[in-house]
Design a binder for this molecule. Structure first.
Ligand code: KG4
Ligand code: ZN
Length: 332
């Protein structure tokens, strides 16, 4: 079995992982998230510079974690896209250098295929067909995954505006809750009534795209509710607003994920991304999957968010399937 080094630099996380035969041997992660906070979003130039300083230390840390040395690496896999071009370039350039110097093959990996493959490190091979719901600060997508090696992932839908995690972060700001907003709303919602405010379920009307997502209107509905309460001089019970907003997101995400499974006759749903950590999203996904006879797979949080292990996991699948290396045609 081949030791695969995976490198991820598509956004603000520098991730490195080592995988052999479907088993995670070691990994390391460095984030530039705090450097972007004052700009209100990821700044590509800052992310790229952070990858330059973090990448080699992360490779060393992942090797230490696995008890390996660089000379044990037998293949390199790297995120080739989609992502921020300047950030991707750092990982690709480094991966090419490692592959060249070590004389090992290099594999270009699709970032979203990586997210889908992350679950294989926790729960073993994916079945022949599965639906993957990716919900983070940057993505809200439904994918149909058939065979990560031979078939590219099929995009079923994306958000038309804000990602689900972005909506959590923006609503937290409206409610004066700390950043990152998702965990703060999750905590506040424990003391609230999810039925207190009837927030809309976006794109769930009869003429709406069944699998489509949109969260910007929901965020505006929360802002209007808060403004109206202030204008009327009413005390706002933040936990009720947090719980009602969270319920609207969880209801919408799980309804659409189940619809995707039904439409494509799939019996396994994988949920990944930072928002997969949300207690209500998880509980409702479990409840609705059980009702629908669908197997639910949610990897542990560290594999849910951007990381290098998921890229190594795709590389490992490619190696085991005898796929051809991407060098020298690898481009971003
Ligand atoms: O996947 P991730 O760590 O990073 C990227 O977006 O790349 O996702 C971060 C997002 C943030 O928007 C954060 O607020 C959200 O995931 N998040 C949550 C929870 N934990 C993290 N959202 C809802 N509930 C949570 N418990
Ligand atoms: Zn991602």
């Amino acid at each position: 079995m081949t030791v695969v080094l995976g490198i991820e630099t598509s956004c603000d996380e520098t991730g490195v992982g080592l995988v052999r035969g479907g088993v995670l041997l070691g990994d390391a992660l460095s984030s530039s998230m705090s450097e972007h906070a004052r700009f209100g979003g990821v700044v590509p130039e800052i992310a790229a510079r952070a990858h330059v300083s973090a990448l080699v230390p992360c490779v060393r840390a992942a090797l230490d974690d696995a008890g390996l040395t660089l000379h044990d690496v037998e293949a390199v896999a790297v995120t080739a896209g989609p992502g921020l071009a300047t950030a991707l370039h750092v990982g690709v350039a480094a991966a090419k250098a490692y592959a060249q110097v070590l004389g090992v093959p290099l594999y270009a990996v699709h970032h979203l295929a990586g997210h889908a493959a992350a679950d294989t490190l926790a729960h073993g091979d994916l079945p022949a067909r599965s639906v993957v719901l990716i919900v983070s600060g940057g993505h809200t997508s439904l994918l149909l995954v058939r065979d990560l090696v031979r078939d590219p992932v099929i995009h079923l839908s994306d958000t038309m505006d804000d990602a689900a995690g972005e909506a959590f972060d923006k609503v937290a700001r409206i409610l004066n809750l700390p950043y990152p907003g998702g965990p703060a709303i999750d905590r506040a919602a424990r003391d609230g009534d999810p039925a207190a405010v009837p927030f809309p379920r976006p794109l769930t009307g009869p003429n709406d795209p069944v699998l489509g997502f949109s969260f910007s209107g929901l965020k505006t509905a929360v802002a209007r509710h808060v403004e109206a309460a202030e204008a009327a001089g009413q005390d706002l019970w933040v936990p009720d607003v947090a719980a009602s907003f969270q319920e609207a997101v969880a209801d919408t995400l799980t309804r659409k994920a189940i619809a995707a499974c039904r439409t494509h006759d799939v019996e396994t749903l994988v949920v990944v991304g930072g928002v997969a950590a949300n207690s209500r999203v998880r509980a409702l996904a479990e409840e609705r999957c059980t009702e629908a006879g669908i197997e639910l797979r949610v990897p542990p949080p560290r594999l849910c968010t951007d990381n290098g292990a998921m890229i190594a996991a795709v590389g490992d699948l490619l190696v085991r399937a005898g796929a051809r290396s991407s060098e020298p045609h690898l481009s971003v």
